[in-house]
Structure formats: structure tokens, C-alpha cells
Design a protein around this ligand. Structure first.
Ligand SMILES: Cc1cc2nc3c(=O)[nH]c(=O)nc-3n(C[C@H](O)[C@H](O)[C@H](O)COP(=O)(O)O)c2cc1C
Length: 328
């Protein structure tokens, strides 16, 4: 990805934020609403339970965004993205790849495998590919295989979060990579976007903050639990999908399980079309450590307005501090 292309991507948003893809939560309506408010909206391809449904969703997003742009030519409508699982356990790999080629999402976010084949397709239509990574080894591999950018999933991130501290992680990555970087994990407020930028990120990735959005498909009790929860209510465990992920402890109790005696799930399962996996995520609710700062249920437009206000205020505050320091 050239510097010009990166500048073009940055100029296409009102706020350098990506609404992260979330299993069983994100859908086309959320994506359209996010892009309309000027942030990049994304969803996991496997949230559409069949390839036919996915085709409908991608059509709906392209048409929906075109229509909004026609209605409001002056408005900055951000690009959208799809999360594609590049692991061999993804039974829809070939079909979904074909749909990506047909509907040309401007951004493809890959998880768990070789981004090469999807990068070749995305590059053929002018799209970009960012890869989710939880450590430096995977970051180097993703770049080697043709990814244009990295989503650094640090500790405290909702779902399959990493274990690295975000500050340490981004510093190590910036030693060998000066291309696009998205920082993920525990971010909930507008000032977090500026913090990510100060550390060298181009975009901030927000998942948990959008779970209680009015437009989200999360159940009402899940939304309420997010609003009530604090960081200490988050548990990192490999008991549900075989690889560790962050979940809401009260949802485990609510499902009748004893959090003290959870056992590692022996089989690693990224096959999200599998009924057991879907059931686990339906009853055991994922969330990141940033829950404590999520204090109300809002619409996506309200969340983005809040983030923008916090971001602008943090910039003013930082500029004020620099002024004071400059006068010393
Ligand atoms: C409930 C839930 C489901 C998730 N599902 C996916 C997914 O299907 N694919 C994916 O790449 N990331 C998934 N994630 C991770 C998010 O995309 C993102 O990395 C994370 O939410 C960022 O951290 P935060 O929640 O602290 O903001 C999920 C996160 C949550 C909370």
C-alpha cells in the first residue's frame, strides 16, 4: 500500500476509527450506520449464516452506502470492511473469497491464517487487506504474505484478545514496519484514539464500545451487562473456543457455570458455522477490559459523536499542555 493510498484511506473518514467485526453482533445495518457517521464499519463474513445471505448483505451495504452518498453528496461516508477467516477450518473459504471478488469491500480484515490469496484479489480491485495479529511473529508473517496493514490486538481486547501490552507491542512493530497500523484492545473513549495515534497507530479499533449500540444484534441482557460491568468482570479463558478470549464473567455465572472450575476446551475451533461454537458465543458473552468506560446504551451516531468530542477535547488538552511546557 503506497503512502498516497494510505492518505486517501485516512482522508475518507471523519474520525480514525474502525468499528471492529464482532461475531453474532455486527450486521449490514450496523456497518451502514457506522460508515454514514464517518467511521469504517465492518462485520465478520460468518455472521451471515450462508453464502447466499452473505451475498445479500454485501449487496445491501454497497447499495445502501451508494444511496446515502447520492442523497447527501456533501457528506463524508467512510468505506466498509469485511472480516474474513483465512484459517483452513473455514468451510466457506472459497465461496466467501468469490463474493469478496464480486462485491469488492474496500477493506478486508483477515484473521488466523495466510492473507496472501485474499490480498491478491483485493489488490486487483483496489482494496486493502489488514491482518489481525497478537504478536510480532504473526505481524511479520502477515506482511510477508502481502497484507497492507496490521491490526495489533493487544491485551484486554474483547473476543480473542492477545496478551501483549499495547504500548510494548506497537513499539516493537514500529521497529520494522512503517505501514498502516490499527491498535486494538480496551479502547472505549475519544481520548483513546489520540493515545493510539501518539503511540504511532493510524486507526483505533473499537469493539466492546459498540456492543450496547441500539443497532447492535446483542441481546438486551448482554447490553445491560456491558453497561454495568467493570474491567475486573472480564475473564480471559480458553474454556470456550480452545484459544483464550475475554468474556464477561457474569455471563458465565448466568449460564449456570462455575467460573472457578472451567476447563480448557481440548479442541481448537475456529469453525464459527459449527452449532457448538455459535452456542458458546450466544450464551457466554465476549467483551474487552474497556467495559468500565461504557456507561450507557446509545445509537451508533451518538457513540461516534461522543468519541469525536472526546478526541477533539483531548487534542486541545494536549496542545495546552505542550504550550505550558514550551513556556517553561
Ligand atoms: C463479542 C465479540 C466478538 C468478536 N468476534 C470477532 C470476529 O468474529 N472476528 C474478529 O476478527 N474479531 C472479533 N472480535 C474482536 C474484535 O474485532 C476486536 O478485536 C476487539 O473487540 C477490540 O477490543 P475491544 O473489544 O476491547 O474494543 C470480537 C470481539 C467481541 C467482543
Amino acid at each position: 500500500m503506497s503512502n498516497d493510498e494510505m492518505e486517501h484511506l485516512k482522508a475518507s473518514v471523519k474520525l480514525p476509527v474502525i468499528m471492529a467485526p464482532m461475531f453474532l453482533i455486527s450486521d449490514p445495518n450496523m456497518v451502514i450506520r457506522a460508515c454514514e457517521t464517518g467511521i469504517i464499519g465492518t462485520f465478520p463474513a460468518l455472521n451471515a449464516r450462508t453464502a447466499d445471505i452473505l451475498e445479500d448483505w454485501m449487496k445491501q451495504i454497497n447499495e445502501g452506502l451508494d444511496e446515502k452518498q447520492r442523497e447527501h453528496p456533501e457528506q463524508k461516508i467512510a468505506p466498509w470492511g469485511i472480516n474474513f477467516i483465512t484459517h483452513r477450518s473455514n468451510k466457506r473459504y472459497t465461496e466467501d473469497l468469490h463474493l469478496i471478488e464480486k462485491y469488492q469491500p474496500p477493506l478486508v480484515i483477515t484473521s488466523l491464517g495466510d492473507p496472501g490469496p485474499v490480498a491478491e484479489i483485493a489488490h486487483s480491485y483496489g482494496g486493502v487487506v489488514f491482518s489481525d495479529v497478537i504478536n510480532v511473529k504473526f505481524a511479520k508473517k502477515a506482511i510477508e504474505k502481502g497484507s497492507d496493514g496490521l491490526v495489533l490486538v493487544a491485551n484486554g481486547a474483547g473476543g480473542h484478545g492477545g496478551t501483549l501490552n499495547p504500548i510494548a507491542f506497537i513499539h516493537e512493530v514500529r521497529e520494522f514496519w512503517d505501514g498502516p497500523v490499527v491498535l486494538a484492545g480496551g479502547m472505549s473513549k475519544g481520548e483513546d484514539i489520540l493515545a493510539a495515534e501518539v503511540l504511532g497507530a493510524d486507526f483505533a479499533y473499537f469493539g466492546t464500545r459498540f456492543i450496547p449500540a441500539a443497532e447492535s444484534s446483542a441481546q438486551t441482557a448482554y447490553k445491560e451487562m456491558i453497561v454495568d460491568a467493570q474491567a475486573e468482570d472480564i475473564i480471559y479463558t480458553d474454556a470456550f473456543s480452545g484459544v483464550p478470549a475475554n468474556y464477561l464473567l457474569p455471563s458465565i455465572v448466568r449460564a449456570g457455570l462455575d467460573p472457578g472450575s472451567l476447563e480448557k476446551k481440548t479442541e481448537i475451533n475456529f469453525d464459527k458455522l459449527n452449532d457448538h461454537e455459535a452456542k458458546a458465543w450466544k450464551d457466554i458473552w465476549g467483551a474487552g477490559q474497556g467495559v468500565g468506560a461504557v456507561q450507557e446504551q446509545q445509537t451508533i451516531a451518538e457513540i461516534v459523536a461522543d468519541l469525536k468530542q472526546g478526541y477533539d477535547a483531548a487534542k486541545r488538552k494536549a496542545a495546552g499542555r505542550l504550550n505550558i511546557l514550551g513556556r517553561r
